[in-house]
Unconditional design. Structure first.
Length: 284
Protein backbone atom coordinates (compact mmCIF):
# COMPACT_ATOMS: atom_id res chain seq x y z
CA UNK A 1 0.00 0.00 0.00
CA UNK A 2 1.08 3.58 -0.55
CA UNK A 3 1.51 5.46 2.70
CA UNK A 4 0.67 9.15 2.57
CA UNK A 5 1.09 10.33 6.13
CA UNK A 6 3.93 8.15 7.44
CA UNK A 7 7.18 6.69 6.13
CA UNK A 8 7.69 2.96 6.45
CA UNK A 9 11.20 1.52 6.13
CA UNK A 10 11.71 -2.26 6.45
CA UNK A 11 14.66 -3.21 8.68
CA UNK A 12 15.10 -6.84 7.55
CA UNK A 13 13.97 -9.23 4.85
CA UNK A 14 11.68 -11.25 7.10
CA UNK A 15 9.70 -8.70 9.10
CA UNK A 16 9.91 -5.39 10.93
CA UNK A 17 9.71 -1.79 9.76
CA UNK A 18 10.59 1.57 11.24
CA UNK A 19 7.89 4.18 10.98
CA UNK A 20 8.57 7.88 10.91
CA UNK A 21 6.32 10.89 10.67
CA UNK A 22 4.01 10.07 13.57
CA UNK A 23 3.94 11.65 17.03
CA UNK A 24 2.32 9.05 19.25
CA UNK A 25 1.90 11.40 22.20
CA UNK A 26 -0.93 13.28 20.48
CA UNK A 27 -4.32 11.93 19.43
CA UNK A 28 -3.84 10.46 15.94
CA UNK A 29 -6.05 11.36 13.02
CA UNK A 30 -7.96 8.51 11.42
CA UNK A 31 -5.81 8.39 8.31
CA UNK A 32 -2.51 8.26 10.25
CA UNK A 33 -3.92 5.60 12.50
CA UNK A 34 -5.19 3.57 9.52
CA UNK A 35 -1.75 3.71 7.92
CA UNK A 36 -0.02 2.67 11.16
CA UNK A 37 -2.46 -0.20 11.48
CA UNK A 38 -1.80 -1.23 7.88
CA UNK A 39 1.98 -1.10 8.46
CA UNK A 40 1.49 -3.30 11.53
CA UNK A 41 -0.36 -5.89 9.43
CA UNK A 42 2.13 -5.62 6.55
CA UNK A 43 5.32 -5.88 8.64
CA UNK A 44 4.17 -7.78 11.80
CA UNK A 45 6.30 -5.58 14.07
CA UNK A 46 6.75 -1.84 13.70
CA UNK A 47 9.07 0.56 15.47
CA UNK A 48 8.90 4.26 16.26
CA UNK A 49 11.84 6.27 17.58
CA UNK A 50 12.25 9.47 19.54
CA UNK A 51 8.83 9.41 21.14
CA UNK A 52 8.11 11.10 24.45
CA UNK A 53 5.26 9.23 26.05
CA UNK A 54 3.77 9.44 29.50
CA UNK A 55 2.08 6.27 30.77
CA UNK A 56 -1.29 7.85 29.95
CA UNK A 57 -0.19 8.64 26.40
CA UNK A 58 1.10 5.10 25.88
CA UNK A 59 -2.21 3.78 27.15
CA UNK A 60 -4.18 6.08 24.86
CA UNK A 61 -2.21 4.86 21.81
CA UNK A 62 -2.65 1.25 22.96
CA UNK A 63 -6.42 1.74 23.26
CA UNK A 64 -6.66 2.78 19.62
CA UNK A 65 -6.06 -0.90 18.79
CA UNK A 66 -8.62 -2.27 21.24
CA UNK A 67 -9.19 -3.02 24.93
CA UNK A 68 -6.22 -3.81 27.16
CA UNK A 69 -5.14 -7.40 27.73
CA UNK A 70 -5.16 -9.07 31.15
CA UNK A 71 -1.88 -9.13 33.10
CA UNK A 72 -1.50 -12.09 35.48
CA UNK A 73 1.44 -12.82 37.82
CA UNK A 74 3.46 -9.69 37.07
CA UNK A 75 2.93 -6.68 39.33
CA UNK A 76 1.97 -3.62 37.32
CA UNK A 77 2.67 0.06 37.98
CA UNK A 78 0.83 1.34 41.06
CA UNK A 79 -1.18 3.96 39.20
CA UNK A 80 -1.41 2.06 35.92
CA UNK A 81 -2.67 -1.53 36.23
CA UNK A 82 -2.33 -1.86 32.43
CA UNK A 83 1.44 -1.25 32.41
CA UNK A 84 4.20 -3.67 33.31
CA UNK A 85 7.52 -2.01 33.97
CA UNK A 86 10.11 -4.39 32.54
CA UNK A 87 13.28 -3.60 34.46
CA UNK A 88 16.77 -5.00 34.72
CA UNK A 89 18.93 -3.24 37.27
CA UNK A 90 22.73 -2.79 37.09
CA UNK A 91 23.13 -5.23 39.97
CA UNK A 92 20.92 -7.90 38.40
CA UNK A 93 23.61 -10.20 37.08
CA UNK A 94 21.54 -13.24 36.37
CA UNK A 95 21.07 -15.75 33.57
CA UNK A 96 17.35 -14.95 33.73
CA UNK A 97 15.80 -11.85 32.20
CA UNK A 98 12.19 -10.99 31.45
CA UNK A 99 11.28 -12.26 27.97
CA UNK A 100 14.66 -13.92 27.50
CA UNK A 101 13.57 -16.91 25.44
CA UNK A 102 11.46 -17.22 22.29
CA UNK A 103 7.78 -16.68 23.07
CA UNK A 104 4.51 -15.11 22.01
CA UNK A 105 3.15 -13.06 24.89
CA UNK A 106 0.92 -14.91 27.36
CA UNK A 107 0.03 -17.64 24.86
CA UNK A 108 -1.05 -19.65 27.91
CA UNK A 109 -4.20 -17.51 28.06
CA UNK A 110 -7.40 -18.72 26.39
CA UNK A 111 -7.41 -15.39 24.54
CA UNK A 112 -3.78 -14.24 24.33
CA UNK A 113 -3.09 -10.56 23.66
CA UNK A 114 -3.19 -9.73 19.97
CA UNK A 115 -0.51 -7.08 20.27
CA UNK A 116 2.12 -5.80 22.67
CA UNK A 117 3.55 -2.29 22.87
CA UNK A 118 6.97 -1.91 24.46
CA UNK A 119 8.33 1.57 25.10
CA UNK A 120 11.95 2.15 26.11
CA UNK A 121 12.49 4.59 28.96
CA UNK A 122 16.08 3.74 29.78
CA UNK A 123 18.43 1.70 27.60
CA UNK A 124 21.90 0.25 28.18
CA UNK A 125 24.82 1.75 26.19
CA UNK A 126 25.00 -1.47 24.18
CA UNK A 127 23.02 -4.70 24.03
CA UNK A 128 19.50 -5.32 25.25
CA UNK A 129 18.18 -5.73 21.71
CA UNK A 130 14.95 -7.59 21.04
CA UNK A 131 14.68 -10.28 18.36
CA UNK A 132 11.46 -10.97 16.48
CA UNK A 133 10.53 -13.93 14.27
CA UNK A 134 7.95 -14.00 11.50
CA UNK A 135 5.65 -16.95 12.19
CA UNK A 136 3.84 -16.63 8.85
CA UNK A 137 7.16 -17.29 7.15
CA UNK A 138 7.93 -20.03 9.66
CA UNK A 139 4.79 -21.83 8.50
CA UNK A 140 5.21 -21.07 4.82
CA UNK A 141 8.80 -22.32 4.74
CA UNK A 142 8.04 -25.71 6.30
CA UNK A 143 8.47 -28.65 3.97
CA UNK A 144 5.19 -29.99 2.51
CA UNK A 145 5.47 -33.00 4.82
CA UNK A 146 5.95 -30.97 7.99
CA UNK A 147 3.18 -28.61 6.92
CA UNK A 148 0.75 -31.52 6.69
CA UNK A 149 1.80 -32.72 10.12
CA UNK A 150 1.65 -29.25 11.66
CA UNK A 151 -1.78 -28.51 10.16
CA UNK A 152 -3.35 -31.21 12.37
CA UNK A 153 -1.51 -30.49 15.62
CA UNK A 154 -3.00 -28.92 18.72
CA UNK A 155 -0.56 -27.22 21.08
CA UNK A 156 -0.91 -27.39 24.83
CA UNK A 157 0.09 -24.08 26.40
CA UNK A 158 0.75 -23.33 30.04
CA UNK A 159 2.43 -20.66 32.16
CA UNK A 160 4.04 -23.27 34.40
CA UNK A 161 7.65 -22.93 33.22
CA UNK A 162 7.57 -19.21 33.93
CA UNK A 163 5.00 -18.62 36.63
CA UNK A 164 4.57 -21.75 38.75
CA UNK A 165 6.01 -21.42 42.28
CA UNK A 166 9.08 -23.40 41.20
CA UNK A 167 10.03 -20.42 39.01
CA UNK A 168 9.72 -17.82 41.77
CA UNK A 169 13.47 -17.85 42.48
CA UNK A 170 14.19 -16.66 38.93
CA UNK A 171 11.93 -13.65 39.24
CA UNK A 172 13.37 -12.83 42.64
CA UNK A 173 16.75 -12.29 40.97
CA UNK A 174 15.33 -9.24 39.20
CA UNK A 175 15.31 -6.57 41.89
CA UNK A 176 13.32 -4.03 39.89
CA UNK A 177 10.30 -6.20 39.14
CA UNK A 178 7.80 -8.02 41.29
CA UNK A 179 6.35 -11.29 40.07
CA UNK A 180 4.01 -13.44 42.15
CA UNK A 181 3.92 -17.02 40.96
CA UNK A 182 1.10 -19.34 41.97
CA UNK A 183 -0.48 -22.69 41.18
CA UNK A 184 -2.84 -21.21 38.59
CA UNK A 185 0.19 -21.36 36.28
CA UNK A 186 -0.37 -25.12 35.93
CA UNK A 187 -3.61 -24.57 34.00
CA UNK A 188 -3.38 -25.59 30.36
CA UNK A 189 -5.13 -24.33 27.24
CA UNK A 190 -5.17 -25.79 23.75
CA UNK A 191 -4.42 -23.70 20.68
CA UNK A 192 -4.01 -24.86 17.09
CA UNK A 193 -0.35 -25.16 16.09
CA UNK A 194 -1.24 -23.46 12.82
CA UNK A 195 -3.57 -20.51 13.33
CA UNK A 196 -5.26 -18.24 10.84
CA UNK A 197 -4.77 -14.54 11.38
CA UNK A 198 -8.22 -12.98 11.74
CA UNK A 199 -7.28 -9.79 9.89
CA UNK A 200 -4.97 -10.97 7.11
CA UNK A 201 -6.31 -14.50 6.61
CA UNK A 202 -2.72 -15.82 6.51
CA UNK A 203 -1.67 -18.97 8.35
CA UNK A 204 1.00 -18.72 11.04
CA UNK A 205 2.83 -21.22 13.20
CA UNK A 206 1.75 -20.73 16.81
CA UNK A 207 4.18 -22.56 19.09
CA UNK A 208 6.91 -21.23 21.32
CA UNK A 209 9.58 -22.56 23.67
CA UNK A 210 8.26 -20.94 26.82
CA UNK A 211 4.54 -21.61 26.91
CA UNK A 212 3.92 -24.51 24.52
CA UNK A 213 4.46 -27.44 26.85
CA UNK A 214 3.14 -30.32 24.76
CA UNK A 215 0.97 -31.53 21.90
CA UNK A 216 -2.50 -32.94 22.35
CA UNK A 217 -2.70 -36.73 21.71
CA UNK A 218 1.10 -37.13 21.75
CA UNK A 219 3.33 -38.44 24.52
CA UNK A 220 5.57 -36.04 26.36
CA UNK A 221 8.60 -37.31 24.43
CA UNK A 222 6.87 -37.15 21.06
CA UNK A 223 5.47 -33.70 21.73
CA UNK A 224 8.84 -32.38 22.86
CA UNK A 225 10.57 -33.74 19.75
CA UNK A 226 8.04 -32.31 17.31
CA UNK A 227 7.88 -28.98 19.11
CA UNK A 228 11.65 -28.74 19.09
CA UNK A 229 11.70 -29.27 15.32
CA UNK A 230 9.07 -26.59 14.78
CA UNK A 231 10.67 -24.12 17.19
CA UNK A 232 14.15 -24.59 15.76
CA UNK A 233 12.77 -23.98 12.30
CA UNK A 234 10.95 -20.81 13.41
CA UNK A 235 14.10 -19.43 15.05
CA UNK A 236 16.26 -19.50 11.91
CA UNK A 237 18.04 -16.14 11.57
CA UNK A 238 16.62 -15.43 8.12
CA UNK A 239 13.11 -15.51 9.60
CA UNK A 240 13.97 -12.86 12.20
CA UNK A 241 14.80 -9.21 12.70
CA UNK A 242 16.64 -7.49 15.51
CA UNK A 243 15.80 -4.13 17.02
CA UNK A 244 18.45 -2.02 18.70
CA UNK A 245 16.70 0.19 21.21
CA UNK A 246 17.31 3.86 21.73
CA UNK A 247 15.65 5.82 24.50
CA UNK A 248 12.07 6.74 23.62
CA UNK A 249 11.51 3.99 21.05
CA UNK A 250 8.28 2.04 20.83
CA UNK A 251 7.85 -1.43 19.34
CA UNK A 252 4.40 -2.72 18.47
CA UNK A 253 4.22 -6.39 17.58
CA UNK A 254 1.48 -8.78 16.52
CA UNK A 255 1.50 -11.80 18.86
CA UNK A 256 -0.68 -13.71 16.38
CA UNK A 257 2.15 -13.98 13.87
CA UNK A 258 5.34 -12.96 15.72
CA UNK A 259 7.39 -14.38 18.54
CA UNK A 260 10.17 -12.46 20.26
CA UNK A 261 13.24 -12.80 22.47
CA UNK A 262 14.89 -10.26 24.79
CA UNK A 263 18.69 -10.55 24.54
CA UNK A 264 20.35 -10.58 27.97
CA UNK A 265 23.78 -9.14 27.14
CA UNK A 266 24.10 -5.92 29.14
CA UNK A 267 25.00 -6.93 32.69
CA UNK A 268 25.87 -3.95 34.82
CA UNK A 269 23.47 -1.55 33.07
CA UNK A 270 19.89 -0.54 33.69
CA UNK A 271 17.15 -1.12 31.13
CA UNK A 272 13.59 0.08 31.75
CA UNK A 273 10.65 -0.54 29.45
CA UNK A 274 6.92 0.08 29.73
CA UNK A 275 4.74 -2.64 28.31
CA UNK A 276 1.04 -2.62 27.44
CA UNK A 277 -1.01 -5.21 25.60
CA UNK A 278 -4.12 -5.26 23.47
CA UNK A 279 -6.65 -8.02 24.13
CA UNK A 280 -6.98 -10.73 21.51
CA UNK A 281 -9.36 -13.46 20.43
CA UNK A 282 -9.23 -17.20 20.84
CA UNK A 283 -6.76 -18.53 18.20
CA UNK A 284 -8.39 -20.54 15.41
C1 LIG B 1 7.82 -8.47 26.97
C2 LIG B 1 9.11 -8.91 26.42
C3 LIG B 1 11.15 -8.07 25.52
C4 LIG B 1 12.21 -7.09 25.87
O1 LIG B 1 7.76 -7.39 27.57
O2 LIG B 1 6.82 -9.19 26.74
O3 LIG B 1 9.23 -10.02 25.99
O4 LIG B 1 13.10 -6.92 25.03
N1 LIG B 1 10.07 -7.98 26.41
O5 LIG B 1 12.17 -6.52 26.97
MN1 LIG C 1 7.25 -10.91 25.71
Amino acid sequence: MAYETIEVRPIAGALGAEISGADLSAPLGNQVFAEIHQAFLDHQVIFFRDQTLTPDQQKAFTRRFGPFGETPFVTTLDDHPEIIEVVKQPGDRTAYNFGGNWHSDFSFQPQPPMATLLYSREVPPYGGDTLFANMYLAYETLTPGMKRIADDLIGVHSARRSYSPAAQYQHDQLSGMEVKTDDSAYATVEHPVVRTHPETGRKALFVNRVYTVGLKDFSKTEGAALLDLLCRHAERPELTCRFNWTEGALALWDNRCVQHFAVNDYDGYRRVMHRTTVAGERPV
